[in-house]
Design a protein around this ligand. Structure first.
Ligand code: ZN
Length: 265
């Protein structure tokens, strides 16, 4: 995603329920597309730490689940945790809260975990659209399909395969931040914020936002040996700067951010 401010929690997508803690996870949520495979290192280190805190065998599975941040259950004598990968970087107090969450004082530990999740919610993948979501690409001012096709031919050798469309307008009010675009890896869908479909927003700026989202398909998120997930790593940022309109678009963004933050109608 491409984000304009320091308030990642305020996005303009349809409301969804908050990420939550769950002691036992309903099977329906265990869809394979939600599981993000990360190297074993981080989960083994966490399992060993939790195991010594709880004094019993522990297994840890790190996930990319957007809904359930923490769940655990007993599987043949072992405590099996499923944890969002954000916990791979958690320090001792949070590890203690995770361990404590399985015991009697769940409430207090749950609050500590909630607080950690709140601080790291930018690592939670946006709720994915359905694969058959109808996408409107032709706006009142900008035609996203036209922009996508031109960029694909010019910069990607026509290798990017994705659907693209405008996001829906959210109810009014002044925004503190705006997520200009988002790319859903699982569905290969790009959504662009409808505030950009405005005659005051130049095409070259929309092009940079679309280019950014297309780049996400070419350079997927990477995970290092400590389990840290990087969406806009060095390689991504370097490739983004090769876009010929990059400096111009960034300058426009700095000068006109207020236009995007003010809700039309
Ligand atoms: Zn991005």
């Amino acid at each position: 995603m491409r984000q304009l401010s320091l308030f990642p929690s305020l996005n303009t997508e349809p409301p969804r329920s908050e990420p939550r803690l769950a002691a036992r996870q309903p099977e329906a949520e265990l869809g394979p597309s939600r599981i993000h495979v990360v190297p074993d290192g981080a989960s083994l280190v966490m399992a060993s730490r939790l195991s010594s805190l709880l004094r019993e065998p522990v297994e840890v599975e790190l996930t990319d689940n957007a809904w359930t941040m923490v769940s655990y259950r007993r599987v043949s004598g072992r405590l099996h945790f499923r944890l969002h990968h954000m916990f791979a970087r958690a320090h001792e107090p949070v590890m203690r809260a995770l361990a404590g969450f399985t015991g009697k004082n769940r409430r207090a530990h749950g609050r500590a975990i909630d607080e950690y999740v709140r601080q790291h919610r930018d690592l939670i993948k946006s709720s994915a659209p359905r694969a058959d979501t109808p996408l409107a690409a032709r706006g009142q001012v900008h035609d996203l399909l036209d922009i996508f096709a031109a960029l694909n031919a010019r910069h990607f050798d026509n290798q990017v395969q994705a659907r693209i469309g405008w996001g829906r307008r959210a109810p009014g009010g002044r925004r503190r931040s705006i997520k200009m675009g988002v790319y859903f890896h699982d569905h290969k869908i790009i959504r662009i914020h409808p505030a950009l479909d405005d005659q005051r927003v130049p095409r070259h700026f929309v092009e940079m936002v679309v280019f950014h989202e297309m780049l996400h398909q070419v350079i997927p998120p990477s995970v290092d040996s400590a389990g840290r997930r990087s969406v806009h790593g060095n390689e991504f940022r370097a490739a983004e700067r090769t876009f010929p309109g990059y400096e111009r678009a960034r300058a426009w963004e700095r000068a006109h951010l207020h236009l995007l933050l003010r809700q039309r109608s």
